[in-house]
Design a protein around this ligand. Structure first.
Ligand SMILES: CC(C)(COP(=O)(O)OP(=O)(O)OC[C@H]1O[C@@H](n2cnc3c(N)ncnc32)[C@H](O)[C@@H]1OP(=O)(O)O)[C@@H](O)C(=O)NCCC(=O)NCCS
Length: 161
């Protein structure tokens, strides 16, 4: 078993990570983001993009965007846009390390809720998110293409953890 605390690092995503991130995205059949989409994402001032590196090898990533509140009445929110771990390293705690790091960064950015959408049939990811405190907020009919499928919108309220 991998001794994660010894060799796993969570780092900010760099341009040099994009090629590997694309491979991880493809092998997991995630919504398609092109190289240039990641370049744009990395350069957005309000993006939070992290990678998990095992012995300096990128094995997982989360890209997300901060939605910054313009009024004092509401706090900021964070939306996870893509999240994936290399197939041969799944179920080793890497996804957990990534999500925990994102939660710490979110709290530092005065985020009240983290939002994400997941395919209705992706029960594994839904169960992972539920085990990390996310709950189903609502469902978006026929949101995905290839194949057509509903999106489940999930939310983690940071005040509740
Ligand atoms: C969802 C995903 C990101 C989770 O990443 P992961 O690295 O497998 O996550 P973890 O290893 O931390 O946790 C997965 C399971 O392994 C178990 N686990 C964690 N560490 C473990 C260890 N050392 N030994 C055995 N099992 C372990 C956890 O209990 C967890 O169970 P749960 O899912 O019921 O909570 C990953 O499955 C993935 O990339 N899926 C494909 C892409 C995808 O669906 N992305 C989400 C789109 S919204």
């Amino acid at each position: 078993m991998i001794n994660l605390p010894e060799i796993l690092r969570i780092k900010t995503m760099q341009m040099s990570d994009i090629e590997v991130v694309l491979k991880i995205q493809t092998e997991n059949n995630l919504s398609f983001w092109a190289f240039d989409d990641y370049v744009r994402q990395i350069s957005e001032f309000n993006s939070v993009n992290i990678v998990a590196a095992l012995n300096n090898e990128t094995v997982g990533f989360i890209i997300s965007s901060l939605i910054i509140s313009t009024t004092l009445l509401f706090k900021n929110e964070l939306e996870i846009l893509n999240f994936s771990v290399r197939k041969d390293f799944q179920n080793s705690g890497i996804g957990t390390a990534l999500i925990k790091n994102l939660v710490v960064k979110s709290i530092a950015n005065c985020v009240e809720s983290i939002w994400l959408e997941v395919r209705e049939n992706n029960k594994k990811a839904q169960s992972f998110y539920e085990n990390h405190g996310f709950t189903r907020a609502y469902q978006r009919k026929n949101y995905y293409r290839n194949p057509v499928e509903d999106a489940v919108i999930m939310r983690l309220i940071l005040d509740s953890i």
